[in-house]
Design a protein around this ligand. Structure first.
Ligand code: C2E
Ligand code: CA
Ligand code: CA
Ligand code: CA
Length: 278
């Protein structure tokens, strides 16, 4: 802003960094989105490769923007992490997922839901008590919510992150290590973390039936998983050949467009009905 008169300041928009302008716009729109509850959870099934049946679902957020329609998380989640808006959004999301799981539970569907928690959200230790309260309110004895974390959650303060995981696990949540293979941790570091499930990143799964390097990585992860009692999920499966290969080498679960895209709850229920995956 430049001083134009005694009490008047003029903002020269063209001079403003375009990025800054976009951030201000996004920030305003996202605050409105939180107030007006413009978010929706989509659900994508994880399939047991042995039985072909549903194992659980992953909740993936979408923003129903008035001006832009349905917006994918890649376009706004990082921004909400930087601005801190991920905290209220995460609170809404946990509540929504717990409510959905309880509703399915009441109608006789035993479906666990995993939710994505970013490193930024783990810095707010109130998150554990929030989940605990939701479990108590929902009337199910243990939580039906599982937690997906990435390796980045352990970089800042590994001890603190491990303690939070321990508390999540105490109330019945499982811990999934998301996007495995894209971060810095080595296989041996994995054994220090109280995780239950390793999710192999899509970048290793795409075309794995023809990629020897990816095959040997996945095989070593499987060997370690067997030794330490982790289960292994392959994410982003898109072809029958990928599924067949993963099944043959003993990967436990798979998730991807081959089975289903992320869907709103009603569409997921229809899919379940149609495919008889339960
Ligand atoms: P992610 O946790 O790795 O989620 C998987 C992403 O891969 C999803 O994208 C999903 O739609 C996509 N996907 C699933 N199967 C396939 C497939 O077969 N092929 C391809 N090409 N893609 C597939 P989405 O929904 O756009 O989410 C992107 C990322 O945004 C997520 O990656 C996650 O890191 C983040 N995210 C999503 N929802 C939330 C949330 O509620 N909270 C937080 N903190 N992050 C979220
Ligand atoms: Ca995830
Ligand atoms: Ca992932
Ligand atoms: Ca991924």
């Amino acid at each position: 802003a430049k001083e134009a008169g005694k009490h008047t300041y003029r903002v020269f928009l063209p001079e403003m960094n375009q990025k800054v302008a976009k951030y201000i716009w996004l920030d305003t729109e996202l605050r409105k989105a939180i107030d007006e509850k413009q978010f929706i959870l989509f659900y994508q099934p994880l399939i047991n490769l042995c039985t072909g049946r549903l194992h659980s679902v992953e909740a993936l957020i979408r923003w129903r923007s008035n001006s832009r329609g349905l917006v994918a998380p890649g376009e706004f989640i990082r921004f909400t992490e930087e601005s801190g808006l991920i905290i209220p959004i995460g609170r809404w999301l946990m509540q929504e997922a717990a409510w959905q799981a309880a509703r399915w539970h009441e109608s006789g569907l035993n479906i666990r839901i995993s939710i994505n928690i970013s490193a930024r959200q783990l810095r707010d230790t109130a998150i554990v008590n929030q989940l605990r309260e939701l479990v108590e309110q929902s009337g199910t004895a243990r939580t039906l919510i599982d937690i997906e974390l990435t390796e980045s959650s352990f970089i800042e303060d590994e001890k603190a992150a491990i303690e939070l995981m321990r508390q999540f696990k105490q109330m019945g949540a499982r811990i999934l290590l998301d996007d495995f293979g894209t971060g810095y941790s080595s296989l041996s570091q994995l054994t220090r973390l109280p995780i239950d499930v390793i999710k192999l990143d899509r970048s290793f799964i795409t075309g794995i039936d023809q990629n020897f390097q990816a095959q040997s990585l996945v095989r070593s992860v499987l060997g370690l998983a067997r030794a330490f009692g982790f289960t292994v999920v392959a994410e982003g499966v898109e072809t029958e050949r990928e599924v067949q290969f993963l099944k043959d080498i003993g990967v436990d679960y798979a998730q991807g467009f081959f089975y289903a895209r992320p869907m709103a709850a009603e569409a997921f229920e229809a899919w379940l009905d149609d495919k008889k995956k339960l």
